[in-house]
Design a protein around this ligand. Structure first.
Ligand SMILES: Cc1cc2nc3c(=O)[nH]c(=O)nc-3n(C[C@H](O)[C@H](O)[C@H](O)COP(=O)(O)O)c2cc1C
Length: 355
């Protein structure tokens, strides 16, 4: 198959691959710029940035300054397209979105809740807004709300299926039957839903799919089925440029299929992670004392939470596997070596071309 480019608004990525945003600190400027330099779109995850202790004193300012730092670093490392992933459940989501736009980064990806009011959080008309959705129904809700309230539509849509990593937009029950929500089922459903909005607004809404996309054959199949591109995250963790500690990458390399589990996160959503010492300790009923003066997540129930998820994800980033929660996609157990982003993308492109 000939490799198509990916067009979102007036931004063109030479290859149809978006590196998915990975919080906390898994996809920072280092990884995102390496992907952008290879022709894809690199995504910086905006959640959980900034010094943890300093956040307790001035959460919004510390997070904002840390994001500015990552965005400027990425811009110094690449001229390619960079996106920022912002989880709608963050209490400072609006500030992060406005900071991103002010810094001139135009691709804004919103996940972890239905971004019904995203357009009113962005003042810059040049911002390109990309909601992450999990079904045709969700796509319809978002696009209808944007059309009615703001007379605009999405610049692209990302469908995230049940094989993805991190927090998931499916219930635990749905995750037991992932085949029912396979990307090959969700994609035609969403393509149907967006059609009237494309007609009304007179432009294409590219649909990007993610969650369990592993090799070039997976990518080619999705392109053939009508996707404009794919979003991949798990594979990018085992790259030299990924911003996490070596121990985090090693946890992926060591994971067997049965080590990849669904947890119920304090955020109130299911998540996919590697069952390491931290998760085994939690199974014994352990509950940490949480001192949380800033409520980073609007949906976190601090009184009931058994641990602080921000702290657990930062520990994982730092490589402390006793205290760290390691998020991963369902296919993490298929990874066996660390490669450079250049090598990974060259392999994927060769596989697409061979399809
Ligand atoms: C370690 C990790 C952290 C993630 N964090 C986020 C996040 O902060 N926000 C988000 O919208 N998606 C997050 N995701 C989901 C990815 O962006 C991506 O859509 C998904 O994992 C794609 O599936 P794959 O990992 O099988 O390629 C995360 C995924 C992983 C593996």
């Amino acid at each position: 198959m000939k490799i198509p480019s990916l067009q979102i608004g007036d931004i063109t990525a030479r290859i149809p691959i978006i590196q998915g945003g990975m919080g906390v600190r898994v996809s920072l400027a280092g990884l995102a710029s390496a992907v952008a330099n290879e022709g894809g779109i690199g995504t910086i995850a905006s959640v959980g940035l900034g010094d943890f202790e300093a956040c307790k004193l001035d959460f919004e300012r510390v997070c904002r300054e840390a994001l500015i730092c990552e965005l400027r670093k990425a811009k110094s490392l690449t001229d390619g397209p960079i996106a920022v992933n912002i989880m709608g459940v963050l209490s400072n989501a609006k500030d992060l979105i406005q900071t991103t736009a002010r810094e001139g980064v135009r691709l804004i990806v919103s996940g972890a809740s239905l971004p019904l009011k995203l357009p009113e959080m962005v003042e810059d008309p040049r911002a390109l807004l990309i909601p992450i959705i999990r079904s045709g129904r969700a796509a319809n809700l978002v696009l209808r709300a944007w059309d009615k309230r703001y007379q605009r539509t999405a610049d692209a849509v990302i469908i995230e299926g049940p094989m993805a990593g991190g927090h998931l937009g499916f219930s635990v029950e749905q995750l037991q039957e992932p085949e029912k929500y396979a990307l090959s089922i969700l994609l035609p459903e969403v393509l149907d839903v967006i059609k009237p909005f494309e007609d009304k607004h007179g432009r294409k809404i590219p649909v990007i799919v993610g969650g369990g996309i592993f090799d070039g054959t997976d990518i080619a199949r999705m392109l053939q089925a009508g996707a404009a591109g794919v979003q991949m995250a798990t594979r990018f963790v085992c790259t030299v440029e990924c911003d996490v500690a070596q121990e985090f990458k090693q946890a992926y390399l060591d994971a067997k299929e049965e080590d990849i589990v669904i947890i119920k996160s304090p955020v109130g959503l299911p998540g996919r992670a590697i069952r390491n010492r931290f998760l085994k300790n939690l199974e014994t009923g352990l509950k940490e004392k949480i001192n949380c003066p800033y409520r980073c997540l609007s949906t976190c129930n601090v009184a009931e939470a058994r641990y602080c998820i921000a702290q657990a994800l930062i520990s994982a980033y730092l490589g402390d596997m006793n205290k760290g929660l390691v998020f991963c996609g369902q296919n993490a157990h298929r990874l066996h070596k660390i490669v450079t982003v250049k090598e990974l993308i060259a392999e994927l492109l060769a596989e697409i071309e061979a399809y």
